[in-house]
Design a protein around this ligand. Structure first.
Ligand code: XMP
Length: 510
């Protein structure tokens, strides 16, 4: 009951809505826009939020919710496209605006009995829409306007419906969090109480219920997400969990041994180590397309898990550390967002997978996963480590992945990390890594012509990996790294610095 369901109509802000609700202490989950009403009812939410979306509600093929969502007796808040859906489906009228409204506006409040209790007049809101509500549906009143938008907010009192044309979830809407709080607490009667502690307790209970007496296998990648997944599942099912840590030959230098120690000694997980670098490299031979690399690696991991599962006997579940940004970027809900990359643990899963999946972190952002890790007693140093992609160095070696090229990249990467730590930069950055480019360039060393490989350095700052800024590193620092790489790594004669933000680039190069 004490949770909010967000129906996703394809807005780039959907995940922010869910997150802002959780920040207010109420658990929230995102569901596809067309989730049937009985399924919603089964979730028993205390409130429903209809997200924004890029389409127009009156167009053919526009994503529409099950109309029965308005008959469940559950308070609904529509945001932007969500507001327009409400107007369109409940008897009002939505039409295209003469001009798109995009950016800041001052909110003029007309009625303070509902959503706008204690909200200041003329406070700044963020608008981004091309359609407008021309006629309110019966039973609704107008509660706010802006200079350019006559219908900026509407409410109905019987079943409690609220619609806002602006985006309360984005930071540019100054009183957005207060407006959301009014909806959740005053109007929907929810109580704040969700925290990482209750998340752990609920997920543990859920995993225990789903798994029953069966066995689970979980792949550890060396990152925080898969570790937290394993620790949660271990809490739920104890010895019926076996973790598998695969040396795919695509890890950072020395990473396999260090991590194996950490898992076994400090965290007392049951971990089977599998040395499979030969198999991965063999399957990657001749593969240059990024998506094919990711899929090949995903497939190989699954083959290994299946083999280990056979050895253990009757394993029904595979637990994975998928987190929200992986889901949104690789397997978008039906709708307007495109596949950016197949994260090996999401989009790269083969058809006919023999396991049932358990993904307890699927709704969380990275910093939320880190908070769960802390709750589970993982030490700070491990938690603060930079993310490392499942396909490992393969997506940082452009072109073919060979043992020799992995070794070159590992060396360059080790030097970079070494210098980053020495300069005290590690904890100020989201990720730091070297990339090996598929080109060679001419150089001169000790009077001799060289024709060797190029390494690019990537240092980025980010809050959640969804967007990122390149780090304006000190030139002397860059020079130190460049000199060391060219001097110490055989086969590299040039180092370049990546100065692209995400978007338009991504953090990893493939
Ligand atoms: P991109 O490159 O898409 O990456 O901007 C965003 C964040 O996700 C990490 N990443 C991955 N993590 N499996 C993972 O577990 C993957 O396949 C994968 N691809 C990218 C990336 O390192 C960055 O932090």
């Amino acid at each position: 009951m004490n949770k909010v369901l967000v129906l996703d109509f394809g807005s780039q802000y959907t995940q922010l809505i869910a997150r802002k609700v959780r920040e207010l202490g109420v658990y929230s989950e995102i569901f596809p826009f067309d989730t049937p009403h009985f399924r919603i009812k089964k979730e028993n939410p205390g409130a429903i939020i209809l997200s924004g979306g890029p389409q127009s509600v009156y167009e053919d093929g526009a994503p529409l919710p099950d109309p029965a969502v308005f008959n469940l007796g559950i308070p609904v808040l529509g945001i932007c496209y969500g507001l327009q859906l409400m107007a369109h489906l409940l008897g009002g009228k939505v039409v295209p605006s003469a001009k798109r409204e995009y950016g800041f506006a001052g909110l003029r409040i007309l009625d303070r009995r509902g959503l706008f209790k204690r909200i200041k007049d003329r406070s700044q809101v963020w608008m981004s829409h091309g359609d407008r509500v021309e006629k309110l549906p019966p039973g609704f009143i107008l509660t706010a306007r802006t200079m350019n938008t006559k219908v900026a907010a509407i409410e109905a009192g019987g079943p409690r419906f609220f619609g806002v044309q602006f985006h309360p979830e984005v930071i540019h809407t100054r009183q957005g969090q207060k407006i959301l709080a009014n909806f959740l607490f005053d109007q929907a009667g929810l109580k704040p109480g969700w925290s990482m502690k209750s998340f752990v307790a609920n997920k543990t209970a859920e995993v225990r219920r789903v798994v029953g007496k069966e066995k689970v296998i979980c792949g550890l990648s060396g990152g925080v997400d898969s570790l937290v997944t394993s620790l949660l599942v271990q809490r739920a099912v104890g010895k019926r969990l076996t973790c598998v840590f695969v040396d795919n030959g695509l890890l950072r230098k020395g990473q396999y041994e260090e991590l194996m120690n950490e898992f076994r000694r400090k965290l007392s997980l049951r971990v089977v180590g599998v040395e499979a670098s030969g198999l991965f490299l063999e399957r990657l031979r001749g593969v240059v397309s990024p998506e094919q690399k990711r899929k090949t690696i995903g497939r190989t991991f699954i083959d290994i898990f299946e083999e280990e599962a056979r050895r253990i006997g009757r394993v029904k579940f595979l637990a994975q550390g998928t987190i929200y940004p992986d889901v949104i970027e690789s397997a978008p809900v039906r709708g307007p967002s495109a596949t950016i990359k197949s994260h090996h643990n999401v989009g790269g899963l083969p058809r006919g997978l023999r396991f049932q999946l358990i993904e307890p972190l699927k709704e969380l952002f990275k910093d939320e996963v880190r908070a769960v890790a802390e709750e589970l007693g993982v030490d700070r140093e491990f938690i603060a480590q930079h993310p490392f992609p499942g396909p490992g160095l393969a997506v940082r070696i452009l072109g073919e992945v060979t043992r020799q090229r992995v070794a070159v990249l590992q060396e360059a990467d080790r030097i970079l990390l070494d210098e980053v730590r020495r300069a005290g930069l590690y904890h100020r950055l989201w990720q730091v890594f070297a990339v090996l480019l598929p080109v060679r360039s001419v150089g001169v060393m000790g009077d001799k012509r060289t024709y060797e490989q190029v390494v690019s350095l990537r240092l980025v700052q980010s809050v959640d990996g969804m967007t990122a800024n390149w780090y304006a590193a000190d030139p002397q620092f860059l020079e130190r790294v460049s000199t060391r790489i060219v001097n110490e790594v055989e086969g590299v004669n040039r180092v370049v610095y990546d100065i692209t933000t995400k978007p338009p680039a991504t953090i990893e190069w493939e």
